[in-house]
Design a protein. Structure first.
Length: 327
């Protein structure tokens, strides 16, 4: 479709607006200004970048493209990314959580990142702006981070990324503390569940460093190594007369619910549902004998019994059972 005169006018107005925003003077000293420390006049103009971009993403992809850098426009599936962002913002109100105004060292041809213990980024322009948004009401908060650079033609967004900030309503630090508590009580599986979520939330934004990131990574390695040395699959569930064997366990966290999956082999015929159910009742009673503490906390235990391990691309018969735990 050929561009109309109206589209040219609209594009010109947007470019003019971007240029106008880009005309303010940057501080001469390199540095990082965070949240309320960003000068009021500067903050107002930077926040307007977010307003314009969100509006354009929602209403007109052509307008959005005028606000994006050349590097970002070279990515594939931009429309898919925008649809996903719009869905997230429709599901819950996204609010500005933290933002950073940056003046990098050096000149346009030899830029170095401004000193910051909290940020990790590649200096793409003399002036940069990083804005992080999180949903207002969700327990599992997906952080949306937008990175802008100020170029000759004005401010442009050159990165839009998503990542967990919280899972089960807890940050990486809170999950790390829970994992340490679980480990101290001998609840190894629970410790693994929580430290995995802590690692997920540690990188809510690829540009923000978690202060305790090395502690989290080291602890995750410690509990994983211990689990690998302690549990050898298939693992016979002690205390169950029919000797079912666990061949894998996993977990999943989603909004307001945590699910622990137990997959095991049974020697019973799956057609004898009464017998398999009776066996599963024993599995439920004795699962904590094998995995200490796995029956603690608020979660759904999901058991899947089968006569053979799953084969990729092939459907395997199985019987599934659930158990709600809240203690």
């Amino acid at each position: 479709m050929r561009p109309t005169i109206l589209n040219y006018i609209k594009a010109s107005l947007l470019v003019t607006a971007i240029f106008f925003i880009g005309c303010d003077t940057a501080p001469s000293t390199p540095g990082v200004w965070k949240d309320k420390d960003i000068p009021a006049g500067k903050a107002e103009k930077l926040h307007q970048l977010n307003t314009d971009l969100f509006k354009a993403i929602k209403t007109d992809i052509d307008d959005a493209e005028l606000l994006l850098s050349k590097e970002y426009l070279e990515q594939k599936n931009i429309k898919v990314q925008f649809d996903h962002i719009n869905k997230l913002r429709k599901d819950d109100e996204y609010v500005l959580f933290k933002d950073y105004y940056i003046v990098n060292k050096g000149d346009a041809d030899n830029l170095k990142a401004a000193d910051s213990i909290e940020l990790a980024y590649k200096p793409l322009a003399k002036e940069m702006y990083i804005a992080c948004f999180i949903p207002k009401n969700k327990l599992d908060k997906t952080m949306l981070t937008i990175v802008y650079g100020k170029y000759d033609i004005g401010w442009k967004a050159n990165s839009i990324v998503l990542g967990y900030y919280t899972q089960q309503g807890k940050t990486s630090t809170e999950l790390y503390e829970l994992a340490k508590k679980d480990y101290a009580q001998g609840y190894l599986v629970n410790a693994i569940n929580n430290i995995i979520m802590a690692q997920n939330c540690m990188s809510g934004s690829a540009y923000i460093r978690a202060a305790n990131r090395y502690d989290i990574v080291d602890f995750a390695k410690k509990v994983m190594d211990e689990a690998n040395s302690k549990f050898s699959y298939p693992l016979t569930i002690s205390g169950v007369k029919t000797n079912p064997q666990i061949f894998t366990i996993s977990s999943n966290s989603k909004e307001g619910e945590f699910t622990q999956y137990i997959y095991y082999l049974t020697k019973l015929k799956l057609t004898d549902t009464a017998a398999v159910r009776k066996e599963n009742d024993e599995v439920k009673r004795h699962i904590a004998d094998t995995f200490s503490g796995i029956d603690k906390g608020k979660k759904t235990m999901y058991y899947s019994a089968m006569n053979q391990k799953p084969i990729v691309g092939k459907s395997i018969d199985h019987l599934d059972f659930e158990e709600k735990i809240n203690n």
